[in-house]
Design a protein around this ligand. Structure first.
Ligand SMILES: NC(=O)c1ccc[n+]([C@@H]2O[C@H](COP(=O)([O-])OP(=O)(O)OC[C@H]3O[C@@H](n4cnc5c(N)ncnc54)[C@H](O)[C@@H]3O)[C@@H](O)[C@H]2O)c1
Length: 325
């Protein structure tokens, strides 16, 4: 007999996954972290290993997995363009085959399953801010398509399993999230700027830096995941989770320079292909259904993230490689 809820977190050794595993253990769950360590790191979950209710399985979810669980959080997928474009075929596979495998597992054991979808399903949006009923503006043959279309197909699979097999699904569309444990070399704007500032390199801003992003601190995002999973009236989503407070990329660069006291200079480079010019969630649905909204603004979250990267740079060289599994 299982008194504790048994929860599977795929991608549990990644940035968001490791915080989610930690939080679920705090909530008294029995947690299985499944990861192939493609972008995740053993360091992220090292403090959890001594917990008897925490278990790690090295496994690639493009292959079936057989475990008995009550809930599944499906987070496995490289999230930054540098990583997901490194092996685009595998990116589509992890999104599509991975989703099929996890949905098959959920169907077999009658588990509730949450999909970590993304604001990228809106592509380069023609509507601002983005509400869940906007269908998106996605290029299906571009460099970002493996991720964008992979995540869109995963959503389709989730809703078809829900309609066809009555699976209890939850879909969250995650907007830009940042915080400690982000990968230092993943090219995401927050980690990029902080690393450049702390190492005294030029800060690279693409285009004129007028494109906007909204940044959600990781603790807020994890709270959103739990509220969505625990929601009782069968609310499937999709629901946007993110911070609606918009900043231009240039403003972010200037803030990072100020907070780190860096002497780095800002340099401008051409915009990459399909880079969205504006991205901001409409979180009315999350507020209404989940009573959720971000509570940690950039002024608080950015210094906490900078502290993480300062510690990272102080760590021995051995720990600093790109593949730090
Ligand atoms: N961080 C964000 O801003 C953001 C925004 C939108 C969506 N998301 C989604 O949230 C999820 C987590 O993102 P993250 O920022 O923590 O990224 P991350 O790269 O840190 O974590 C992804 C994890 O999945 C693992 N993984 C990759 N392929 C796998 C496979 N085939 N089998 C098993 N494990 C595999 C990686 O090793 C890593 O630990 C992803 O699905 C991502 O698409 C994140």
């Amino acid at each position: 007999m299982h008194l504790r809820k048994r929860v599977l977190v795929t991608g549990g050794a990644g940035f968001l996954g490791s915080f989610l595993c930690e939080r679920l253990l705090q909530e008294g769950c029995d947690v299985i972290c499944c990861d192939n360590f493609y972008t995740g790191s053993k360091r992220n979950i090292a403090p959890l290993l001594s917990n008897p209710y925490f278990e790690v399985i090295r496994h690639d979810i493009t292959f079936p997995l057989y475990v008995e669980v009550d809930e599944i959080y499906n987070l496995a997928c490289p999230a930054s363009p540098v990583h997901y474009q490194n092996d685009p075929v595998q990116t589509t596979k992890v999104n599509v085959h991975g989703a099929i495998n996890m949905l098959g597992l959920a169907k077999r054991v009658r588990a509730k399953i949450l999909q970590a979808s993304t604001s990228e399903v809106y592509g380069d949006p023609a509507v601002h801010p983005q509400t869940e009923d906007y269908w998106g503006n996605v290029n299906c043959t571009g460099l970002r398509s493996c991720y964008d279309e992979g995540k869109r197909c995963a959503e389709t699979l989730f809703f078809d399993y829900h309609r066809q097999h009555k699976l209890n699904i939850r879909v969250v569309r995650i907007f830009n999230t940042y915080g400690p444990r982000m990968h230092p070399n993943d090219g995401r704007v927050v980690s990029n700027f902080i690393m450049q500032a702390l190492t005294g390199r030029d800060i690279t801003v693409f285009g004129e830096g007028r494109q906007t992003r909204s940044f959600c601190f990781v603790d807020d995002m994890i709270e959103g995941f739990l509220r969505m999973m625990n929601h009782s009236d069968g609310f499937t989503g999709p629901v946007n989770l993110g911070n609606p407070h918009e900043f231009t990329i240039l403003e972010l660069a200037e803030r990072v320079i100020r907070l780190t006291g860096s002497r780095s200079k800002i340099v401008f480079k051409p915009l990459p292909a399909d880079d969205p010019t504006q991205r901001r969630p409409d979180i009315s649905l999350a507020k209404q259904k989940l009573g959720w909204q971000p509570t940690i603004e950039l002024a608080e979250g950015l210094p906490r993230t900078i502290d993480f990267f300062k510690d990272f740079l102080k760590a021995p060289r051995l720990l600093q490689g790109l593949s730090h599994s």
